[in-house]
Design a binder for this molecule. Structure first.
Ligand SMILES: Cc1cc2nc3c(=O)[nH]c(=O)nc-3n(C[C@H](O)[C@H](O)[C@H](O)COP(=O)(O)O)c2cc1C
Length: 190
């Protein structure tokens, strides 16, 4: 087992064209997503809601994305390439997880804290992919705003994107070197 520092540094976005055609079992997905639930949240609102799409439902979702793209895109902006691509991602994936957030109905904390807590839960999941020999990434297309037409979201819930995941075609080729640091850390000395 690698040190947490190395696991954090080697986490990467891995895209569906790098996945093999293999479903991820419900047992493995449950194990993976159990790590999400340890994320911190203000007032313990535990706002993350993960909607897992596998098997035939994943295919239904691929058609839904393609049809919705066609429906909401003005004719002069329509791209046949994108139409095909939105459907391809779920079909290439071993599972799709819709990342959803439950707004506290009493609004005891600001919404950004619930988005932040959900993102921390996603990071927990993302960090475990390597151990499970999986790859994946968080996709946030504008089509996410239509997810409620595919799956009934409860009051106060919002979809923040889709996590596409799958078994890797070539685990070795997935870049593992730590990337350069972005953002910055500034030690204030006076
Ligand atoms: C909230 C969030 C949304 C993202 N949405 C997209 C997306 O819509 N399309 C995409 O290609 N990558 C998306 N990404 C992945 C980032 O592009 C990726 O994390 C970034 O390029 C850094 O690469 P790395 O994850 O391999 O370190 C998203 C990442 C986050 C955290």
């Amino acid at each position: 087992m690698s040190a947490i520092k190395d696991i954090i540094a080697s986490r990467r976005s891995v895209y569906p064209d790098q996945f093999i055609d293999k479903e991820i079992s419900k047992e493995l997905l449950s194990d993976l997503l159990s790590s999400a639930t340890y994320a911190p949240s203000h007032k313990k609102t535990n706002p993350w809601r993960f909607i897992v799409l596998t098997g035939d439902v994943k295919t239904k979702f691929a058609h839904f994305l393609a049809d919705t793209y066609q429906k909401v895109t003005p004719a002069d902006k329509f791209s046949a390439f994108k139409h095909q691509k939105v459907a391809q991602k779920p079909l290439q994936s071993g599972a799709v997880i819709a990342i959803c957030m439950q707004r506290d109905l009493k609004e005891r904390v600001p919404e950004w804290e619930e988005v932040a807590a959900t993102a921390m839960a996603v990071q927990n999941v993302w960090l475990r992919l390597e151990e499970l020999e999986l790859g994946g990434y968080w996709s946030s297309p504008s089509l996410k705003d239509y997810f409620r037409e595919f799956y009934r979201l409860e009051e106060g819930q919002k979809c923040l994107g889709f996590f596409y995941l799958g078994y890797l075609k070539d685990p070795v080729s997935v870049k593992k070197e730590p990337l350069h640091l972005g953002g910055y850390v500034h030690f204030v000395t006076e």
